[in-house]
Write a protein of this length. Sequence first.
Length: 298
Amino acid sequence: MKKQLLAGAFVLASFLTAQAQILSNDFGTDQATLNTALTGWYTDTDTQDGVKIGFGLNADNDPLGFTGVSAFSDNYINTGTTEAPVFELAEGYFNFVLSPVVDLTSIEAAYVSMKVGVPDAEPTALLGYQILAILESDFAANNFENLYIVGEGTISNGEVETVNFALDAFAGEQVRLYFVHADVYDQSGTEPVLLTSGLGTLQIDDILVDEGVVAGVNDNTLANLSVYPNPVNDVVNVNVDALVSNVAIVDLNGRTVKTVKFDGVSTASVNVSDLASGVYMATITSDKGTTTKKIVKN
């Protein structure tokens, strides 16, 4: 399975403040919880290069402290040393669990949370995970190239944590979320490596989408970021406590309609007067990370 991924940022676990639960899944009691129609929770049951590319369910006692049923992904190539992993990001392969529609149309702020752990992996490997978002309109039209990274990170053998990512960029929209077992990295967290012993299990549980904000963490929103005016007629300004190097504006069909480069500025201005009226996603890249904001062109 191939998907094109956009850049995102890593976020740490934290204390949460929230108002209303929107969606949750603790993976129920059997495999049917995942292998349902696309109106519910779903995982792919196909294979790639002879290896299953979906998640399974595990009800065993777990030394990492998972309780009840959780989802796991044995994401590796059995031949080990001679072939690249089936989930190489360069090829766009990944194991995933897909959510039902997440309705944020009346929501101003929301976050997604999940418990993630590695019960079984090579000691020197870091397993990658991601949460991706796709607008329901793109999903229905099979525009799978229009995937946005909500958040991502790596985790090593024997570790477990709860991670939380802001969904504010998708406020006012309907989206679906992919919970992904991505690549395997060396200890730097940047270079993909081969699994010589074939061990690379990622486990997830307790998925939650809640209204509210993630408090007290460095989430995928740059510090003190403001994008104004919004809605905008002519020029949209970006103010942030960082050095901006690039602003890319993407329409809801996934087309990059404007890209402006900057030489490390804290205030960036982009003329959007030539764009058609509608909703766009502005991806802002700086020395402190990347974030995506929704803008409305009048």
